[in-house]
Ligand binder design. Structure first.
Ligand SMILES: [Zn+2]
Length: 83
């Protein structure tokens, strides 16, 4: 998944959003790029690094999250092959 290592939060367009789904329990939450950028050093992290650090927020789960880049307005429109 090259886009995860080549893209940073600042590269995510306004019409896109980051979706995190738990590999363990399947819970889904959305991550605003602005929230990543607000963290110290957040603008230096690739999305792959953000994904690696993300943990499920469900009570007692703390599972690893899978990140997807989706276009706003689509239920599950994976956007791949970004330049
Ligand atoms: Zn979970």
């Amino acid at each position: 998944m090259n886009w995860k290592t080549s893209l940073r939060a600042g590269d995510v367009g306004a019409e896109q959003r980051l979706e995190l789904s738990c590999r363990k329990c399947g819970a889904v939450r959305y991550l605003e790029p602005a929230a990543i950028l607000a963290r110290r050093g957040g603008d230096q992290l690739s999305l792959g690094q953000v994904e690696a650090r993300a943990r499920c927020t469900q009570r007692g789960c703390k599972g690893m999250m899978r990140m997807m880049l989706v276009r706003k307005g689509e239920a599950s429109g994976f956007v791949g092959g970004l330049a």
